[in-house]
Design a protein around this ligand. Structure first.
Ligand code: AMP
Ligand code: ZN
Length: 117
């Protein structure tokens, strides 16, 4: 979608600090980091929210698993696998979703509080 921020980042028309990309997803640094590591993993195809994933059937299931695997690999690459890290997926406004293109936040590098705000 041409008016979607993360579609533009995926297309490269808006710059980002990319850490990883493959045929299904792109991982890049969050512009407003909330931890020493704050990376976003987004699918290349536009999916607005997690609510829209089940309609994609097996492709959606595969995509969800892939986003998690890539997040885990980026976390390991940063050395967060041992100490620990957090993945966050905000779905819709009450959860704090502000960009309506599915994304997984990877947070690591500091002690993270629980429960989240
Ligand atoms: P959410 O609130 O879950 O929708 O997360 C959206 C995230 O996108 C926030 O953490 C923002 O800091 C981040 N963000 C917004 N614009 C950009 C951008 N141009 N490049 C990288 N991250 C961005
Ligand atoms: Zn999009």
């Amino acid at each position: 979608m041409s008016d979607c921020l993360f579609c533009r980042i995926v297309a490269g028309t808006i710059p980002s600090k990319r850490l990883f990309e493959d045929d299904r997803c792109v991982a890049f640094e969050d512009v407003n980091p909330q931890a020493p590591t704050h990376v976003l993993v987004v699918p290349r195809r536009h999916v607005a929210t997690l609510n829209d994933l089940p309609a994609l059937g097996e492709e959606g299931e595969g995509l969800a698993g892939h986003l998690l695997r890539v997040a885990a690999e980026v976390a390991k690459g940063r050395g967060h696998d041992g100490p620990g890290y957090r993945l966050v997926l905000n779905c819709n406004a009450q959860a704090g979703q502000t960009v309506f293109h599915l994304h997984v936040h990877l947070l690591g590098g500091r002690q993270l509080g629980w429960p989240p705000g």
